[in-house]
Design a protein around this ligand. Structure first.
Ligand code: DP6
Length: 363
């Protein structure tokens, strides 16, 4: 009764921030539908950031208690109580379904910074639900896996799938799950991450999901996010990069406005985040300016600027969304014009799969 799985994190285009108040909070049911792209790194040799979590779980009568470890630099560090509670929540629900009481040992390894706004818990809990289902011989389908991954971390519901993903908020454990909008590369978009800080965030998303409701702007953000989830889904299906970029960027700003106006206020950005955000906007304006001139028949020396958009999760790191053909130009711009070091830049593409069983075990 041992299995391993890998999973990729995702970047939210329509954000989950705040749990539905009419649902039990342990279910992690969001206030609105959300949309994301499951992502994998291209240049991880340079950044050392490979956007993958690898998890192994074993159930055995030899274990006298449930244990969980994070493998870091070849060492096994036991999970603290808070992390362990989230792991047990997912495993316990599946253990009950399998009707067994055996204790487990679990080891998980992130090939990228943990809890630094790069969605390590999304990939972590997607991998956990997937390998646990296998080890317990439940062999659940992706819809079911999505529901159980959600119990560990809401956004993990989306990391079960590759490509573009839509999470229906639903109104119960059974109706709140993610589904794939389209396969990897059916819609052309990539991203370049400017890693501003690899450290753990000061305030967890968990705390933020509770405080979101104290912001005056939360209700309007919920309404808008719900409508835009439907719109962005259509734009993805129509391969409409501009609409996807514009909606994503706005939704990120709505979420951060809620964060900043919650009680207590939450500021995940730092000065470098703002520097990159402003540069992305300037660069894009330049692109549209040149584009307008060319359309008017005014001769331009060369194509200037890049059409790119930003989005930021609960941390200072920025995802610059761009067309695949522009990914090197965006990297060049972030590195040479904004001054972010090459080792802090991660180019990402859509991941073909979200979570997947693998043969290799971590113990
Ligand atoms: C800002 O509760 O899924 O990334 O604390 O990592 O478990 P963890 O995050 P979660 O909240 C995610 C918040 C977000 C937006 C999003 O991914 O939709």
């Amino acid at each position: 009764m041992k299995a391993s799985a890998i999973a990729h994190p995702n970047i939210a285009l329509i954000k989950y921030w705040g749990r539905a108040l009419d649902q039990p909070s342990y279910l992690n049911i969001p206030t609105n539908d959300t949309v994301s792209m499951t992502k994998e790194s291209i240049n991880y040799a340079k950044s050392g950031i490979d956007l993958i979590t690898h998890t192994t779980i074993e159930f055995s009568e030899n274990f006298i208690e449930d244990t969980g470890f994070l493998k870091t630099n070849e060492k096994l560090v036991p999970f603290d109580n808070v992390q362990m509670k989230r792991v047990v929540k997912v495993v316990e629900a599946l253990r009950e379904m399998a009707d067994i009481t055996l204790k487990f040992k679990m080891v998980s390894e992130n090939k990228f910074p943990t809890a630094a706004g790069l969605a390590s818990s999304a990939s972590g809990f997607a991998a956990l639900a997937t390998c646990t289902s296998k080890a317990l011989n439940l062999n659940l389908n992706r819809t079911e896996l999505s529901k159980y991954a959600r119990l560990g971390s809401g956004s993990a519901a989306r990391s079960i799938h590759g490509g573009f993903v839509y999470w229906n908020r639903g109104n119960s454990h059974d109706t709140s799950y993610a589904e794939q909008i389209c396969e990897c590369n059916e819609f052309d978009i990539a991203a370049v991450i400017a890693v501003i800080n690899r450290g753990k965030k000061d305030v967890t998303s968990d705390v933020g999901h509770d405080s979101a409701h104290s912001s005056l702007f939360n209700q309007i953000k919920i309404k808008e996010s719900q409508e835009k989830s439907v719109e962005i889904r259509k734009a993805i299906e129509n391969n409409d990069f501009t609409t996807v970029g514009m909606i994503s960027e706005k939704n990120c700003l709505y979420m951060h406005s809620v964060m900043m106006t919650s009680d207590p206020p939450l500021f995940y950005w730092n000065p470098d985040t703002l520097k990159v955000i402003k540069a992305v906007i300037n660069n894009r304006n330049q692109y549209f300016q040149t584009y307008k001139m060319i359309n008017k028949g005014v001769k331009q020396k060369e194509k200037e600027g890049i059409e790119c958009y930003f989005t930021v999760d609960a941390g200072p790191n920025i995802h610059c969304l761009c067309r695949t053909e522009d990914i090197d130009a965006v990297q060049y711009f972030i590195q040479n014009k904004i001054g972010i070091q090459e080792r802090d830049i991660v180019k990402v593409r859509q991941a073909e799969f979200g979570s997947k069983i693998v043969e290799q075990h971590l113990f």
